[in-house]
Design a protein around this ligand. Structure first.
Ligand code: PHE
Length: 465
């Protein structure tokens, strides 16, 4: 089974394509929308430090485990887990990791599309100059008017879902690979341009200070839980996206120049992906906070920060029309390369069961779209229907990101650390340094599961409220 002579879905052309694709999955609304506003709410630097610690101690080890399981299995997460369970002579019920993941991907996709479609709409509006000279009250009213308009939001949600599933339908090589090869470089260029722009504003020093001045008095138990949850979400862990992408990662590649084959290392790839994801989150903070301070605005604005406060800042600045448009285009690119990874695991599974890829993409897209309609309506028509104090949107988000992702991550860590035969693990990882391997093993067996358990217990006992 080590041989993957006939991959079911195609293989990434190189290690760099895998890194780009996985970074595309990781870098998304979590980095540009969520990270800055959570950081804003926790008062800046102290939270950033916690978040970095969570990425290093828990995120990287679990990501290594997830890619490893994917490459070993070589199939969609559901079938990979079945195969790995059989190989390791344990119950095939471990496929629950795959099922749970496919389901959470589907749930996340449904609400992710809603927020991404706001960014799509804002990119269009920024280009039209809608935010030029807008007042604070008008910016707030504008955001609310968009949310109050179900048809507008449905249209945008539909467009974003078509963009996403259109790429998935085209397959690993022509769809995913091509999309990340175009969108990721664009994303990095846009981010650098925007940071450069922010650096010219008078609030830059204050913005940098806000991100990097570590004020430990702000740390609380709640902040730790949120930092852990964010680390999970931002690295796309626990739902099989990274496992599916790992399955398309070759074990060996021939060097074009020397003609020699070289093994493709999981560990160094994951370190690069996590570093890039972190850089983009910090970069987004560097691009956003200076603009807010320059405009005399508050960073602690909650989820609306990107759609209310930021347009206000762009509306006041010279060059705001251009840079505001570029900013929202950046958000759309980031969200797009993430959303395709949310759909891929389930589509890959259907394809392995004999369905045509276009049909599988259509069905998964339709179902996620339909569920997403609930999220869209929870901002207007269904606004008054709440469950446990939250709207449909809130509950789907909570269930998938606060419960299902950590649970998936916990199971992945347990499988990789305790169930899988060590010889297999070592072979697949091919780590040269024994010490590093032992560090990873301790993290994945003990530290990461305990960390994830802490999130889950914290959440279930209400500490997250
Ligand atoms: N990592 C993505 C982001 O930060 C979200 C995501 C989660 C994508 C899980 C795929 C799987 O926006």
């Amino acid at each position: 089974m080590q041989k993957q002579d006939k991959p079911a879905h195609g293989m990434w052309a190189s290690r760099w394509v895998f890194i780009l694709a996985a970074t595309g999955s990781a870098v998304g609304l979590g980095n540009i929308w969520r990270f800055p506003y959570i950081t804003g709410e926790y008062g800046g630097g102290a939270f950033v430090l916690l978040y970095l610690a969570c990425i290093a101690v828990m995120g990287v080890p679990i990501m290594i485990a997830e890619v490893m399981l994917g490459r070993r299995g070589g199939l969609s997460p559901i079938h990979s887990m079945k195969k790995l369970a059989t190989d390791n002579k344990v119950t095939r019920r471990w496929a629950v990791i795959g099922y749970l993941g496919a389901l959470s991907g589907f749930l996340i996709l449904s609400f992710y599309s809603t927020v991404a479609s706001w960014a799509l709409y804002y990119a269009w509006e920024a280009l039209q100059g809608v935010f030029q000279g807008i007042s604070a009250a008008d910016s707030q009213a504008h955001y609310q008017a968009m949310q109050a308009n179900p048809w507008l939001m449905l249209g945008m949600h539909t467009l974003f879902m078509v963009l996403t599933m259109g790429v998935v339908a085209m397959g690993v090589k022509k769809g995913l690979e091509r999309a990340v090869e175009i969108l990721m470089p664009l994303l990095f260029v846009l981010l650098i341009v925007l940071i450069g722009y922010a650096a010219t504003t008078s609030g830059f020093a204050q913005g940098v200070d806000f991100l990097f001045a570590f004020d430990f008095s702000k740390l609380s138990g709640q902040a730790v839980l949120d930092a852990l949850g964010q680390a999970f979400f931002t690295l796309s862990l626990g739902m099989g996206a990274i496992m599916a992408y790992g399955a398309y990662m070759p074990r060996e590649l021939r060097d074009k120049k020397s003609g020699q084959t070289r093994s493709v290392s999981i560990v160094s790839s994951v370190v690069i992906i996590a570093a890039l994801d972190t850089l983009v989150a910090l970069g987004a903070g560097l691009a956003i906070f200076p603009l807010l301070f320059t405009g005399g605005l508050e960073p602690a604005q909650g989820p609306g920060m990107m759609f209310v406060t930021l347009p206000l800042a762009f509306g006041q600045m010279p060059g705001g029309l251009l840079f505001g448009t570029l900013f929202f285009v950046l958000v759309v690119c980031a969200a797009w390369t993430s959303s395709i990874s949310l759909g891929e695991p389930m589509v890959a599974w259907l394809v392995e069961r004999g369905m045509r890829r276009w049909l599988a993409s259509l069905l998964v897209g339709l179902a996620a779209w339909l569920l997403g309609v609930g999220s869209v309506l929870s901002f207007n028509v269904w606004k008054d229907y709440t469950f446990l104090g939250g709207s449909f949107f809130d509950n789907i988000e909570l269930l998938s990101t606060s419960i299902m992702l950590p649970l998936g991550g916990l199971l992945i860590a347990i499988f990789a650390g305790w169930i899988m035969k060590e010889t297999q693990v070592r072979k697949e990882l091919g780590m040269k340094s024994f010490v590093l391997y032992m560090v990873w093993r301790a993290m994945v067996r003990i530290v990461a599961p305990l960390g994830v358990l802490a999130i889950l217990i914290g959440f279930l006992t209400g500490a997250l409220d």
